[in-house]
Design a protein around this ligand. Sequence first.
Ligand code: KIV
Length: 257
Amino acid sequence: MAVSPALLAQQLSDRKAAGEKLAVLTAYDYPTARLLDEAGVDLILVGDSLGMVVLGMPDTTGVTMQMMLHHAAAVRRGVQRATIIVDLPSGSYGMPDMAVHNARRLVEAGADAVKLEGGVDVADQVRAITQAGIAYIGHIGMLPQSVKHEGGYKKKGKTDDDANRLLADARALEEAGAAGIVLESMVPEVAERISKAIQIPTIGIGAGPNCDGQVLVTPDLLGAFPWFKPPFATALANEAMETTRAAREWIAGVKGA
Ligand code: KIV
């Protein structure tokens, strides 16, 4: 199913040049993926947020290749139209040959493109992936896979040095063949500066309105994960409340209350 890196980069850059914003949502299972695809979302991300919002882990660092392959295959079965991006999980892309090997496995499971976290530090892995003919989406800014090393989830781009480093990261990924870049949790002015500096689209999450697209973790959009609500995400449904209501109604019916 994989699209060539150059073709995806061209398609997404053309949409950026035309001023078309990209709408990206995460999915981890067949029914959600199918509903999102039929609703018209542009790209579907099988994110390693899977670990937290589906598997109940404290962060994304324990997500494995096996888990990503399992959920990528389920999403693939539900999608006919949207481009599917699948995350390479923590520990799966330490060296270029390892990154290519695992990216190929994700493509075999149904990914059109893969995503991995980092900038200048992972440029060799990214180049190896795109040179192997696998399309790639970048991810810079706050990096959830580095939460332990960073000591928490911290907004990025607050100093000039950090802003310049993020811009260098974005340029390095574009140069290595990325088709787009997720900008997570960074000062909006820095995200805007990066968006203007590169040809490929930026896809923001907690990075302000002036990116070339936006991505949201779908349970945050649906109000399906009430135990943690990121400040930048507005839920447009209350699935948690509906689930509880329906379950209570059914329980009462069974018990004859
Ligand atoms: O894993 C994920 O869902 C992501 C998004 C937060 C962009 O990487």
